[in-house]
Ligand binder design. Structure first.
Ligand code: ATP
Ligand code: MG
Length: 577
């Protein structure tokens, strides 16, 4: 058992019945009989990139809440910005939500509501609550004032309803260029809340949309699309991240003025994780500039990357549950996510042998008959309820890792050295008799002898050795490529001390050693199991947890390191400081 790193002091709804603050609010609403006691939520991604682990938290929260209270969750693509969206992203998002283990009630697109949203805008105009503004974006920004000074009304603020309707219809008809006019809600230019100072709700954009094509050249802004979509779908609880807290009065202003379904917006803290960034914009840069090998690079915090890294859906749901729901921004230790997957893989994976070394050492067991082969039974996982075994071929020649041998060992070195003895895991005790060197003086082979009575499981030799090392039989070994992944960034919080990228690019903080590729020799059986899909995650004995990568070819399997066996990073940091 490993010990959980510091859990954050956030609120976790646990089996003990403790509710997080969102559940408390929802239960109050149910008790008050709001919406007939129903709980409808939605997960509303903008299809402008791949989902990341922050989205996974939001998915678990939205689907989890509806599930807990017998409700439903919609998947809604918030596709009101025509320029950045793409069907590739739509497909990846659906795939990721399903993979996490959730099924949505309806698949909706905010763009399907364009006509209705347009109708809401005309309704506001008719009520004298929206106007067409010809000011430039600079002029509008200047009119807004500052948080301490009230704004100034636009010279177009008092246009008549008829004029506004006419202009707005002509905006829709495509009579004006991008940026020539906008539609603004007429709220309050003196409000202390800047969001209420006559926000823009429609803009002109002559752009092709991935679903509506060229039907529209005006598009609603987020604030006039999100809440309206919530209302159309009768979403009872609209959960979003904290930056939208200041938008809530506007969200409610529209509900009241339009007389639409009263969805309740509730904000929670976004997930931030150490040693990574969590913004699609930044992740996209890493992909486009080739700092990583695509959205599903196993170093990426995207769900696709994390999946390829070898994480399971259950481990991510467990992680989301452990971090809980907070009302304040915080930074979660990546170690907690690693803890969750390690806990699971420790119970579920087979522990197999892989020699990870560009130049392994070959042991020749001189007293083991040439041509002889044995199939040894080796336990798959001591944590299993009913222990199972697999057959591992053993022969006269085996590979071991170079690190498991030392010519001049220090005291307490319990692995192999000249004249020393170790147990080959699941096999025999051997003794190192002789070294063989090449012309450059490097050791290439060790000549050893084995103790026939020392076979694991039926050892009658009476010899005690301190060290056990793993090995792979040379004639049976399958050569593989192993990708050792580490943190993507070399600092804890790459987004923190320079959030706007004024001083340097966040990309300067990338960990130059986040990927090391090594050659390995692995047991043949595990390659079979991986290829057939019978098992894809493994524990490589003494090395960590690994998963088969889709880059594998018939001749050369590729494995990704999911996580090390123990939290080696913390130790390494202590050693350096
Ligand atoms: P990004 O800045 O990474 O693009 P976003 O908020 O713009 O994120 P959306 O696709 O608009 O991404 O988000 C879909 C849903 O996921 C929203 O409800 C959003 O609040 C939530 N979400 C996004 N990032 C996080 C995060 N880091 N933690 C928790 N929830 C998040
Ligand atoms: Mg967004």
């Amino acid at each position: 058992m490993t010990e959980a790193p510091n859990e954050s002091s956030t609120e976790r709804s646990d089996a003990g019945g403790h509710l997080n603050f969102i559940e408390q609010l929802v239960e109050e609403d149910i008790a008050a009989g709001k919406n007939g006691g129903q709980v409808f939520t939605r997960f509303p991604p903008e299809p402008n990139g791949y989902l990341h682990i922050g989205h996974a938290k939001s998915i678990c929260l939205n689907f989890g809440l509806a599930d807990k209270y017998g409700g439903q969750t919609n998947l809604r693509f918030d596709d009101t910005n025509p320029v950045t969206e793409d069907t590739e992203y739509v497909d990846s998002i659906k795939n990721d939500v399903r993979w996490l283990g959730f099924e949505w009630e309806n698949e909706f697109y905010a763009s399907d509501y364009f006509e209705q949203i347009y109708g809401f805008a005309e309704k506001l105009i008719q009520k004298g609550l929206a106007y067409v503004d010809d000011s430039t974006s600079e002029e509008i920004a200047a009119q807004k004032g500052t948080p301490t000074e009230p704004g100034q009304p636009s010279p177009y603020r008092n246009r008549s309803v008829d004029e506004n309707l006419d202009l707005f219809r002509r905006m829709r008809a495509g009579e004006y260029a991008d940026g020539a006019k906008v539609l603004r809600a007429k709220v309050d230019m003196a409000s202390p809340n800047m969001q209420l100072r006559d926000p823009i709700i429609y803009r002109i954009k002559h752009a092709h949309h991935h679903r509506t094509g060229d039907t529209w050249c005006i598009y609603p802004m987020y604030d006039f699309a999100h809440g309206q979509s919530d209302a159309i779908e009768h979403i009872t609880h609209s959960l979003c991240t904290l930056e939208f807290e200041v938008h809530r009065p506007l969200y409610e202003w529209f509900i009241e003025r339009l007389g639409i379904f009263p969805s309740r917006q509730i904000e929670f803290a976004r997930l931030n994780l150490t040693y990574t960034v969590m913004s699609k914009r930044k992740l996209k840069q890493l992909v486009e500039e080739g700092h990583v090998n695509g959205w599903d690079d196993p170093r990426m915090p995207t769900i696709a990357g994390i999946r390829r890294r070898g994480y399971t859906p259950a481990s991510l749901r467990e992680f989301a549950d452990r971090i809980g729901i907070a009302r304040r921004e915080n930074l979660i230790d990546l170690g907690l996510m690693e803890f969750c997957i390690r806990e699971e893989l420790n119970k579920t994976t087979h522990s197999v042998m892989a020699v990870l070394d560009e130049q392994p050492i070959k042991l020749v067991i001189t007293n083991y008959e040439e041509g002889r082969e044995e199939l040894l039974n080796i336990e798959n996982n001591p944590e299993e309820e009913t222990i199972t075994y697999r057959r591992v071929p053993f022969s006269r020649e085996v590979y071991i890792e170079r690190d498991d041998f030392m010519e001049n060992p220090p005291k307490k070195f319990f692995r192999l050295f000249p004249g020393g003895m170790v147990r080959l895991k699941g096999a025999y005790i051997i003794k190192c008799d002789d070294l063989v060197r090449n012309d450059a003086g490097e050791i290439t082979e060790l000549h050893c002898s084995y103790i026939p009575e020392s076979r694991s499981g039926s050892d009658t030799s009476g010899i005690n050795v301190k060290g056990t090392i793993h090995w792979v039989s040379v004639p049976h070994a399958v050569e593989a490529e192993v990708r050792l992944y580490d943190r993507l960034f070399s600092v804890e919080n790459p987004a923190a001390d320079d959030p706007d990228g004024q001083l340097r690019s966040f990309k300067d903080l990338l960990n130059p050693n986040s990927l090391e590729i090594v050659r390995a020799f692995v047991e043949p059986a595990l390659v079979e199991a991986a290829r057939s899909g019978e098992q894809t995650n493994f524990q490589f004995m003494r090395k960590g947890y690994f998963v088969l990568d889709p880059d594998s070819t018939t001749n050369r399997p590729v494995f990704n390191r999911t996580v090390t066996l123990k939290d080696g990073w913390a130790k390494e940091q202590n050693r350096k400081s």
